[in-house]
Design a protein around this ligand. Structure first.
Ligand code: ZN
Length: 500
């Protein structure tokens, strides 16, 4: 067997271990009885240790050394070698015991976060979070960095991302978005929302609505499923088995529908991965920023457009005939786009969403650097909401306890959400040039042309090239915030008649 085939065989083995770990993680979030928590932590720790041992096998190092000198590799082979080398380097820097301890602690601390959030009591989560922060700092030190410790963690979710790259990007966004939000609050006409709040929205109706819309867009339920969980997510081992979740609130139907559109976007990306590259790193999705571009595309750029609301109205009326009796497509469109500073990130509108991300980014930067400690977090959180959004959480559940990410040590993850927003606007701007009937297609529920465009330009390209290269290849330009800022300005001015 040649070196490349031997490497692929070993990578497949590792991928299978990770796939099984992913299914156990899904089960933990969706189905697992509470008493199984300790056992599950043991199981996940074993999976994590086994995967780590396989990846750090010195034979992989030898194979990579041979292959890096090989000038006859094609684009896909080069992609696989580059990605395997990156994983190998990162993994060999982390001691196996440390990886197992971290995996064990992740399961434990997710349980205490869930309890703390339900009981609105930060102290239940405090010690587990403090340990997680300590372990994340140690992880960054093991991985190494050029400028600041946080850079080592950012790089885990978007290859090559650093504080010095994110800072100017976020500053530019904040400069444009903050005045826009202020203008809406001061001058904007508020949409008529009583039809939303004065009605009850049954969970059953919401399930049917989100199922129907997810199917229409193109998610294949023969190769995936929808469930409910506290924190919505999309996972699953392979394009044949993609699983996403949502949550339901009977006083507000938008959270579950737009959460479903979001996760459907992630799911479509997973289902569109290149099948000839199964079990290979080059066949996997290309980092979290690109992943988030696909969820934001269907949730916002498509799902919150006027044309989409016109198409979706009859489906709304089918499952909620009484509640939707006198609601027009225009009212629906204005309501799903209501811009208002709010406390919950996952339910935030497009205009304020990135401000939520900037708060978390600023906090993480200071926390990983040791400039603030875990006991400072609840108040630092509330103070920053006051500064950025002008509001304060009345309790910890709506404040510092709202996101699951820190409970599993995902420091450095949040900025990829904002990258996703930027990429989604840039991709749709490029797609529109190839699809002159885009608006009419959406109005008539013909989602295939846009999905096919994404399949061709993004999904089928896997991770063969880097995220920034992929965005440039698909759109003809390097990543930039300009299309997003332009999109948001136009939309908000139209919604709130601000241009005049
Ligand atoms: Zn997402």
């Amino acid at each position: 067997m040649n070196a490349y085939d031997e490497l692929l065989e070993r990578l497949k083995d590792i991928d299978l271990v990770n796939q099984i770990g992913g299914l156990l993680g899904w089960d933990q979030e969706v189905l697992m009885p509470p008493k199984a928590a300790k056992l599950r932590a043991e199981q996940l720790s074993w999976i994590s240790r086994t995967g780590h041992e396989k990846l750090t096998d010195s034979r992989i190092g030898e194979l990579l050394e041979i292959l890096e000198k090989d000038n006859n590799l094609d684009e896909i082979q080069r992609g696989n070698v580059r990605l395997a080398k990156d994983s190998y380097n990162k993994a060999t820097k982390l001691p196996t015991d440390f990886v197992a301890e971290m995996a064990m602690h992740k399961s434990k601390s997710q349980i205490s976060w869930t309890e703390a959030r339900a009981k609105n009591d930060f102290s239940i989560f405090r010690n587990d979070l403090a340990k997680m922060v300590e372990m994340s700092r140690k992880k960054a030190d093991y991985l190494g960095f050029q400028e600041v410790r946080y850079d080592a963690l950012l790089d885990l979710y978007e290859s090559g991302l650093t504080v010095s790259k994110v800072d100017p990007l976020f500053a530019g966004l904040r400069e444009n978005v903050a005045p826009l939000v202020k203008k809406v609050i001061e001058n904007g006409k508020k949409p008529e929302m009583s039809w939303v709040h004065e009605n009850n929205w049954s969970k059953e109706g919401q399930e049917k609505l989100s199922q129907s819309i997810s199917e229409s867009i193109g998610f294949d339920f023969e190769a995936g499923r929808r469930d409910a969980s506290t924190h919505p997510f999309c996972g699953g081992p392979n394009p044949d088995d993609v699983r996403w979740t949502t949550r339901y609130d009977e006083s507000d139907p938008f959270g579950s529908l737009y959460g479903s559109l979001h996760e459907t976007g992630h799911g479509l990306y997973e289902q569109g991965r290149p099948r000839n590259l199964d079990f290979q790193p080059a066949g996997s999705a290309n980092g979290l920023g690109v992943h988030e571009s696909q969820s934001r595309l269907w949730e916002n750029q498509v799902g919150r457009s006027k044309e989409f609301c016109e198409w979706a109205l009859p489906t709304w009326k089918k499952y909620f005939p009484e509640q939707m009796k006198n609601v027009s497509a225009d009212e629906l469109w204005r309501s799903v786009n209501f811009v208002e500073p709010s406390l919950i990130r996952v339910e935030a509108d497009e205009a304020t969403y990135n401000l939520h991300i900037m708060i978390r980014y600023e906090i993480e930067k200071k926390l990983i650097a040791g400039e603030i400690e875990v006991d400072d977090l609840p108040d630092v959180w509330d103070d920053m909401y006051e500064e950025y959004l002008g509001i304060r959480a009345p309790n910890r559940t709506l404040g510092v306890l709202q996101d699951i990410h820190w409970s599993f040590g995902a420091f450095g993850y949040f900025p990829t959400y904002t990258l996703g927003n930027l990429y989604s606007a840039q991709l749709l701007t490029a797609a529109r040039k190839d699809l002159p009937n885009h608006d009419e297609d959406i109005r008539t529920g013909n989602f295939t042309p846009l999905l096919e465009w994404m399949r061709r330009k993004v999904h089928s390209r896997g991770s063969i090239i880097t995220p920034a290269e992929l965005v440039e290849e698909a759109t003809g330009r390097p990543p930039s915030p300009n299309d997003f800022i332009e999109y948001l300005k136009q939309k908000v001015e139209r919604l709130y008649d601000l241009a005049a």
